[in-house]
Design a protein around this ligand. Structure first.
Ligand SMILES: Cc1ncc(C[n+]2csc(CCOP(=O)(O)OP(=O)(O)O)c2C)c(N)n1
Ligand SMILES: [Mg+2]
Length: 362
């Protein structure tokens, strides 16, 4: 497995979308875009995967610290689901395909272009939060330019919104895909079944992506549904159901990528279930020690997708320890900058409370 060690010249700097301003063109890494055997992903894609996952986790960690310090109101995080999110979002065409996410999908938003600063504006409900100008709860994502649909706090409603967008795209012969996400608990709601039924009948270009993290707040999966796999529910609607290891970012990408393109070509919807685990409590307001066995948590913590992917990249010789440490350091700096910057940004003005809700009419 160590066949890639030393294949590339030493690199000194890391660049992703030019976010790290200290970077000069000369310092940019020359990563190959050719697929790497065993991964079927390029070096550049693998590096980005790690960066996106690391950034998502670090942002969530910092958000939780801010909440504990009384500086942020509420956090609902994706810790444990970074592989499921990053691998899936990387299968989309940014700015072309649509995403109707759910609250834990910070990792997906990052892949589609959300910056650390924007994520912090959202967490702190600042006036310039591009998601909702501070009007939504934190983690209620939305971006017109990135084609990310703003969401309701009522779980599973986004599945119907996604189905409607897919219907519109089909009527216009627009070759796009809509990816919509929810947790496994949300699949017990009527919206899930209505969305799947309608999308299947009309062969709509939508992928229902369920991140099965083992719990719906305090309810374990066995109390949510009588079948083992959410993906099995697709059979009832004639939808292809697939299960993927949601702790493995490469497996997720390799499952989503063909599904996205098949769906784009008019083959109809998919129901894909990523088996993952919620490593933290449901939210900053939840005490998971009341319902979750410590031993179970400890076992899953050993499968932490960020740690496991880092280890795999090292063991396979894809990147050297110093290279990954460099990414870790850049992420730390990026998050630190985002927090310092966002904290001094203005809050929304009380007199603007009714703005940005309906379209302004002159
Ligand atoms: C219709 C509705 N019922 C209840 C809630 C309260 N609620 C918010 S998140 C959540 C758990 C959802 O579990 P799951 O779909 O598995 O997603 P997870 O939070 O585990 O990622 C519940 C019950 C809600 N927001 N909407
Ligand atoms: Mg869940």
């Amino acid at each position: 497995m160590g066949g890639y060690v030393g294949r590339r010249p030493a690199r000194h700097a890391f660049d992703l979308r030019g976010r790290v301003s200290a970077m000069t063109t000369e310092e940019r890494r020359q990563l190959s875009d050719a697929p790497v055997p065993n991964y079927h992903l390029s070096e550049r894609q693998l590096e980005r995967m790690y960066y996106y996952m690391r950034l998502s986790r670090s942002l969530n960690e910092r958000m939780m610290a801010l909440q504990r310090q009384g500086r942020a109101a509420f956090v609902i995080a994706g810790a444990g689901q970074e592989a499921a999110q990053v691998g899936a979002a990387m299968a989309l065409r940014p700015g072309v395909d649509w995403l109707a996410p759910y609250y834990r999908d910070l990792g997906m938003n990052i892949v589609l272009g959300m910056t650390a600063r924007e994520a912090m504006l959202n967490e702190l409900a600042k006036a310039d939060d591009p998601n909702s100008f501070g009007r939504q709860m934190p983690a209620h994502w939305g971006s017109v330019s990135r084609k990310i649909v703003t969401q309701s706090s009522v779980v599973a409603t986004q599945l119907l919104h996604a189905t409607g967008i897919a219907l519109g795209a089909k009527m216009r012969n627009d070759p796009i895909v809509v990816l919509t996400c929810c947790g496994e608990g949300s699949t017990s709601r009527g919206d899930f079944h209505e969305a799947l039924n309608f999308a299947a009948i009309h062969k709509l270009p939508v992928i229902f992506y369920v991140q099965n993290n083992g719990y719906a707040i305090s309810e374990p999966t066995v109390k949510e549904m009588p079948v083992e796999h959410v993906a099995d529910r697709g059979q009832a609607y004639g939808i292809r159901g697939q299960v993927v290891d949601g702790m493995d970012v490469v497996a997720v990408y390799q499952t989503l990528r063909p599904a996205v393109e098949l769906t784009r070509r008019g083959n109809g919807p998919f129901l894909i279930e990523a088996k993952c685990y919620r490593l933290w409590a449901h939210s900053s307001d939840d005490d998971d020690t009341r319902y979750r066995p410590r031993k179970e948590l400890e076992e899953w913590a050993l499968k932490d997708p960020v740690v496991v992917f880092r280890q795999r990249l090292l063991e396979d010789g894809m990147f050297a320890e110093e290279e990954l440490a460099e990414i870790d350091e850049l992420v730390t700096q990026e998050v630190r900058d985002a927090v310092e910057w966002a904290q001094q940004m203005p809050d929304p003005k009380p007199e603007d409370a009714l703005g940005y809700v309906y379209r302004e009419v002159q």
